[in-house]
Design a protein around this ligand. Sequence first.
Ligand SMILES: Cc1cc2nc3c(=O)[nH]c(=O)nc-3n(C[C@H](O)[C@H](O)[C@H](O)COP(=O)(O)OP(=O)(O)OC[C@H]3O[C@@H](n4cnc5c(N)ncnc54)[C@H](O)[C@@H]3O)c2cc1C
Length: 411
Amino acid sequence: MTRSAIVIGAGITGVAAAEWLRRAGVSVTLVDRILPGRPDQASYGNAGLLARCAVIPISEPGLIFKAPRMLLDRNSPLFLKWGYLPRLLPWLLPFLRNTAPARHRPIVQALAALTSDSVDQHLALARGTPAESYIRQGDYAYYYRSRRDFAHEAAEISLRRAAGFDPVELDREALHARDPHLSDAYNFAALYPDHGWLTSPGGYVAALAEHFMAEGGNFVQGEVADLAEGRVSLLGGREITADRIILTAGAWSARLARKLGMKARLESERGYHLFLQGPSHMPANPFIVSDAKFVVTPMEDGLRCAGIVEFGGLDAPPSRAPFNLLRKRIREVYPDLTWQSESEWMGHRPSTPDSLPHLGPIPGAPGIIAAFGGQHVGLTIGPKLGRIAADLACGGQPNLPLAPYDPGRFG
Ligand SMILES: Cc1cc2nc3c(=O)[nH]c(=O)nc-3n(C[C@H](O)[C@H](O)[C@H](O)COP(=O)(O)OP(=O)(O)OC[C@H]3O[C@@H](n4cnc5c(N)ncnc54)[C@H](O)[C@@H]3O)c2cc1C
């Protein structure tokens, strides 16, 4: 019987794991070097989407031919710090292998198994807690310049349909009636009903953690320096022991997993947001600008524009160009938008070469469970990853086949 557990990392995945363990009657210690919901975690600055239909990995077939052109195009949302390329290769090569058409469909299916009930998973976690007030439910839209651009994505759309997500098509008139400030450049939208979003992802994670602590969960602020079966060591020498350990340290998980002999093959896909406080208008629902690949989400105090993929590792400071690109792109979407002030943020998506998380017992590390690698949908699937990890820690068998997420799959 599991009496005690340590959860390392208090982003969305960690707070979910800790709270589900607490509800199961386990004595839980949640450890993080920062307070939950603060800007140094990916769970703070994302676009806030509970993106049930986001089942298409970025390792799409054909990317291998498109990527070089994108890297040279100043208006493309893909960036690379070239000096980082040699360190990226051990991740990039298997990533490129996953762009093979034969790999694509199984990945889509394994992603859909995690995303499709995500709004319910968030509600199950947050219901009855102060975090519930941050959840909104409604449509999620893809904005296109033209119906032709929508038709160009036929392959992706049919995969989404196969996963149960059928879009409602909006022509120019219907789209501009819904979003009257939209630029004339955007003339078509695909609407996916029954989605969700958060009005403050950081506030939500903080509220979940506060609830966990108010109900008896233990939070320790400290940096984990080492771990082994039943034991976690913090910088400064403090040790914590427990029956089970769950590793949910987001993009930093590989550094800790390495101490257990696990090759996590995890890379940071650095992403950026521009937060526009006091905007002159807001859309009713979040949407993605398909050609520019960034999401616009109405939030508590303003409009969040979030996206961009930059490879450059965990330690380099943010670049300027992604912020300037987001600023330029939002003007193309809403030419008459004004705002009172703005803030900028960069964070780390924890991404694997096959876009699937590491979820399950770590081979060769008894009692230690991995739950990280949520990449672009880590907020969406965080509660489910945390719940499954908590279940495994208690000796349960989830009713989802875990083979695609096997933490040992990269050797
Ligand atoms: C620009 C952008 C937009 C995004 N938009 C969306 C979206 O709309 N929807 C969606 O589903 N996903 C989105 N994502 C992805 C999502 O934000 C992440 O996948 C998710 O937040 C990862 O959660 P996590 O709990 O695994 O990691 P994190 O939230 O990063 O938390 C990891 C925690 O571990 C702690 N930690 C690490 N190492 C240690 C250590 N040694 N000791 C102690 N603590 C440690 C860190 O301090 C951190 O608090 C977006 C990401 C970005 C960057």
